[in-house]
Design a protein. Sequence first.
Length: 59
Amino acid sequence: MNLIQYLRDSRAELARVTWPTRQGVIEGTQAVLIFVIALTLIVFLMDTVFSALIRAVLP
């Protein structure tokens, strides 16, 4: 397959892609941010609890 045919096929494939709407992108971004913040808080809380437990066990 030569380069010209590859570029034509790539362009045809991109024409078939269903691109998300602006609102869909915004909603997806919000969902990811909420998930990341929640996961960060969970990891922070677990780290704090485990650190306190280790300090209590070790002299």
